[in-house]
Design a protein around this ligand. Sequence first.
Ligand code: SF4
Ligand code: SF4
Length: 384
Amino acid sequence: MKSQKGGWHGGCIWVIRSDKHSGKSRAHWKESKMAKVDSIGWSHRKAVNAVIGGGCIAPTVILNITRCCTERCAHCAVSAIYGATVEKCADQAIRETEAGRELKLEQWLSSLDRLLDEAPATKFDLSGGDCLALPWVRHELIPWLVEHTSPSQVAVTATAATLRIWLAELARMVNYPRPGSVHITLDGCSEYSRDNLSIARDIRRLGMGIHAECPVTTNNVARDTIIRIYGDASDAGISEITLIRFFPVGRGALASGMLEPSPDEYRKAIRIWQELGRGCGPKIKFQCALKCFAQPDIQGACKIGPAAWCAMPNGTMLSCPWAYAQQGQPLHQDFVIGNITQSSVAELLANSVTSHMKTQVGTVDSCATIAYARLARINQEHAA
Ligand code: SF4
Ligand code: SF4
């Protein structure tokens, strides 16, 4: 967890399981992990020490299982590979796996098993692409993950096309392990956003919570649009809406001229959302990169660090889930913190603190990913 002042605190949920299982003392564990980061420097070691010294954190790891998707949104950060149907999308994903660009089920299972051994309270958000298009995600990965953690540690983000298939399967399997919550996109303008709303009640009927994420673009910053989205979410029984900033990364880099709101548009839209959120309908939350518009005096809203990581489809671990270049590659090496198939939690932790330090230096925008994306664009234009 990151404090407002920029210091790091152990969140006291992460229990180092190696204490119990291998007989190593916590002091020994800490000593060996600190030796690995010895070469990085005192201020870095101090930051890592603060986290390890707390003895516990519970990172949230977004698992971008595949880049294949049944949608082709203009703002897509991962530049998803389009499959017109769920089956075509699943076939695409098989080709990506065969080409070695995406991990297989066995690789995910062994990586997650190792990660959970070190950090059993880790929370996961399975995403993509459209991860539910892959039958092994619905039938094997999700049940395995819920059984090895708890429902409240697992969330799934997907599109209506694949959610419908999965919900129908779950309805037939009464005791099947299911995650605590489902995240849907609700931007008030795309077709699948309306579709997502139509299945909100089915999700709740199956005992899962539902959260909506609303990417803020020039298409939905007008007052009447915001009021409509809020009303629709309220009617569908959604308890929380997280507003997401537009990222000029991935495919979004090409659409930023059309879709990216100006700072003034962001501020006006956020004021309307804040007014609505004071009522008794859904609560409104602001994603880290939007907080500078919601609370102008806020310091240190960036979540790069030990609290939140993202696994790319090939296992590369990023310190920010939006740090993608145009073809699904990392935006910059400064955001790469390891690979889920090889890196220990301690290495990911140490590298995420390094990533925080590297990416915040000289970053004028409040969001490091957006600052790096803009710089990459300027460099490209210079090179052309
Ligand atoms: S933004 Fe999400 S739903 Fe849209 S194409 Fe990308 S991965 Fe698919
Ligand atoms: S770089 Fe931007 S999006 Fe990423 S964690 Fe920091 S503020 Fe959030």
